[in-house]
Design a protein around this ligand. Structure first.
Ligand code: C6P
Length: 419
């Protein structure tokens, strides 16, 4: 091993200490337009700690090989690291077995897998799929496509003016025809945290299966799939300090076993002939072709980092930041927060007077402040609130009150310019 490679970090620091956490993310130590970077676009993607980048680097420098195929040393190492990551994800979600952890490209692919495999093989005309008005397009469009294919019908649970689910409407819409409930854990456009455990219990009582879109949840709150008793849980690594292009579909083993494969190809088969092909066991039945090996290993490193830092401490820190930001933006006349749910996490979506969110975001960028603007792939939410989009600050474990102060000062200047 060269000196350079051996210097790469593989040891994950323990505990939450904001100075150390910030130091673990080298990308934050830069200036943008002559100002320190204030990164408040964590809902879109989080930054990666050095240990994740260095795990990827180390994998490609030392261990790169295809998995499950070779008898040689590198393939064994790559396979061990890849399967090791699967077990890290199992522990992270408290799944019962690694067979229940399917690697996908991310939340979007996880939801499409369930729609096209579970949904297409089991839904009939007259069945209903229940989604909510606050879903990301990834948890709407695959179900609309499935409805087209099967004759099932899409039903939508509305939200109230705070951006909370109308739970009485959920109960009213849920019935014995409901085959699938697909609900977001934390809304990316509003920050609302949904009471998914209760929704799952109610859906199960009606005989429906439940998919939870956890894209915006797993970086902020502890998720225990056995405690939730969800049937499927979808996540993306890049929103939890890991690489892009990799994520997980958790599914209950009994359901995954009964489902047909999603894609055909290498690794997902047991035996192929022109007469008959039989499929591999879980989870490989759903992992056709050479997977994103480096991504999976990098995701494992990210999960190690998050678990060692402590999700409890991360949640508490971020709650403080969101509370502080909510108080501070109240100083700005004409700023309207979109999404005021009682239970919220890490997202502050807003309109500044009637100014277009893109103008607000563009001006903030000149102060080094990175936020996201637009419909956030949740157009029905924007339609509900009668806005073209919002400006959205979304917080991660490395954000501080000083970040919020700079953001608020930049907002005040943007307001002056736009007025
Ligand atoms: N939301 C945002 O800026 P993918 O693209 O597959 O990693 O994640 C899709 C997705 C699904 N559900 C929710 C709740 C999400 O927030 C996202 C991604 C990003 O809000 C990009 S649009």
């Amino acid at each position: 091993m060269s000196a350079d490679v051996s210097a790469l970090r593989t040891v994950v620091p323990q505990g939450f200490e904001i100075g150390r956490v910030r130091g673990d993310f080298p990308i934050l130590q830069q200036e943008v337009h002559g100002h320190p970077l204030i990164y408040l676009d964590n809902g879109a993607t989080t930054q990666k700690p050095a240990v994740v980048v260095e795990t990827l680097e180390r994998y490609y420098y030392l261990d790169n090989a295809n998995v499950h195929r070779g008898v040689h040393e590198l393939s064994e190492r790559a396979t061990e690291a890849y399967e090791g990551s699967r077990d890290k994800l199992r522990r992270f979600l408290n799944a019962r077995d690694t067979a229940e952890i399917v690697f996908t490209r991310g939340t979007t692919e996880s939801i499409n897998l369930v729609a096209q495999s579970y949904g297409r093989s089991s839904l009939q005309p007259g069945d209903e799929i229940l989604v909510t008005e606050m879903e990301h397009h990834s948890n709407i469009v695959p179900w609309q496509m499935l409805c087209e294919q099967t004759g099932a019908e899409l039903k939508v649970v509305p939200i109230n003016e705070a951006g909370e689910l109308k739970l009485d409407e959920f109960e009213r819409l849920l019935n014995e025809r409901t085959a699938i409930v697909a609900v977001v854990h934390v809304s990316n456009a509003l920050g609302s945290i949904n009471p998914v455990k209760k929704l799952i219990r109610q859906a199960h009582a009606m005989g429906a299966v439940v998919l939870v879109d956890g894209a915006q949840a797993v970086a902020h709150i502890q998720v225990d799939v056995q405690d939730l008793d969800c049937d499927f849980y979808a996540l993306s690594a890049h929103k939890v300090y890991g690489p892009t292009g990799i994520g997980v579909l958790y599914g209950k083993e009994s359901l995954l076993n009964a489902m047909p494969p999603y894609q055909g190809g290498g690794d997902m088969i047991e035996h192929v002939s022109f007469d008959k092909t039989t499929f591999n066991v879980l989870p490989y039945k759903f992992e056709a072709g050479t997977p994103n090996i480096a991504g999976a290993i990098g995701m494992g490193a990210a999960i190690d980092y998050v678990m060692a830092t402590g999700l409890g401490a991360i949640s508490a820190h971020e709650r403080g930041i969101l509370q502080y930001a909510t108080q501070r933006v109240a100083e700005i006349d004409g700023l309207r927060i979109i999404g005021t749910a009682e239970l919220k996490c890490s997202i502050l979506s807003f309109m500044l007077d009637q100014h277009h969110p893109t103008d607000v975001g563009t001006l903030l960028n000149y102060h080094g402040v990175a936020i996201r603007t637009g419909h956030h792939c949740a157009m029905p939410v924007m339609q509900h609130f009668g806005v073209p989009g919002t400006a959205r600050a979304s917080f991660g474990m490395y954000n501080t009150r000083e970040d919020v102060d700079i953001f608020v000062e930049a907002l005040k200047k943007a307001k002056d310019v736009l007025s």
